[in-house]
Design a protein around this ligand. Structure first.
Ligand code: FPP
Length: 253
């Protein structure tokens, strides 16, 4: 039995998280430490995206949400932005046959209209081609930030109120959730951040209210399948109380 198989065998199949979100950090530092340019780190990071998607699908995770490009990432040097956009379009096209074979559905979250035409068309093609898939849903956050998303939701809700379609008295937490790009997607159970930083970087701020957080120093290109399963094992050891007491949680389970 390999180390990976051994770790997988330790997982409780009844308590696999439904939704895992990831902040893929550390591509630039990985590249620098190997004497490469930053964009080479992103290219290497695509292999980790491939592995993590396959393993999530094999383990029966229903939603995997990846922070592929943030609103703030538009401020990076033009060369790096161009390469990332090219890579994302190229990777999605290359991966499409395997995504289909694994019944993976692509969903795009973010201000997709800002993505350059060429990459956007490839992304739309993959999204449409996988729309019927019923296995893992791979949410790709592109030109995404949580504050952008919440601002958009507030605008939509304000318009509904101004048009008399919504009484402000009837606004609930569900009204907010239903107007986010993640409407209909359960909140993440687990958020993993690679790259050794302890921050959330404007990612899914509303949705991670009760998510378990896992931080690892591993740089994204080095984030192994073994460590992913380690994060899932760590998640399974935790007691999720959602603001209740430990006794209450034991009685509701
Ligand atoms: C953060 O590393 C990573 C990104 C900004 C981009 C993530 C993109 C990929 C892994 C490739 C394409 C993705 C898909 C979904 C096909 P960083 O550059 O901030 O690293 P650093 O902190 O070491 O500088």
């Amino acid at each position: 039995m390999t180390e990976l198989e051994l770790k997988i065998s330790q997982l409780d199949p009844e308590r696999i998280p439904v939704h895992v979100a990831m902040i893929m950090d550390g591509n630039g530092r990985w590249a620098k430490s190997h004497g490469y340019i930053r964009s080479d780190g992103h290219a290497e990071g695509v292999s980790t995206v491939h592995r993590v998607t396959k393993l999530s699908s094999d383990l029966g995770i229903k939603y995997l949400t990846l922070y592929a490009f943030s609103t703030e990432n538009w401020n990076r040097p033009k060369d790096e932005v161009d390469t990332l956009m090219y890579l994302i379009g190229w990777a999605i096209e290359r991966e499409l046959p395997e995504l289909l074979a694994n019944n993976v559905r692509i969903v795009l979250l973010g201000d997709i209209e800002r993505i350059p035409e060429d990459a956007r068309q490839r992304l739309f093609y993959a999204r449409n081609a996988t729309a019927h898939c019923t296995g893992l849903q791979l949410n790709m956050c592109l030109s995404y930030s949580s504050r952008w998303e919440i601002t958009e939701a507030v605008r939509k809700i304000a318009y509904l109120a101004a048009e008399g379609k919504l009484d402000p008295k009837d606004i609930t937490e569900n009204t907010i959730s239903d107007n986010l790009t993640t409407a209909g997607i359960p909140d993440p159970d687990l958020l993993i951040r690679t790259g050794g930083e302890y921050r959330i970087s404007n990612y899914l701020l509303w949705q991670i209210a009760y998510s378990e957080l896992y931080f690892t120093p591993a740089l994204w290109p080095e984030f192994s399948d073994e460590e992913y399963v380690e994060a899932l094992l760590d998640f399974q050891k935790r007691e999720r109380r959602f603001g209740m007491t430990s006794d209450q949680v034991k009685h509701t389970n």
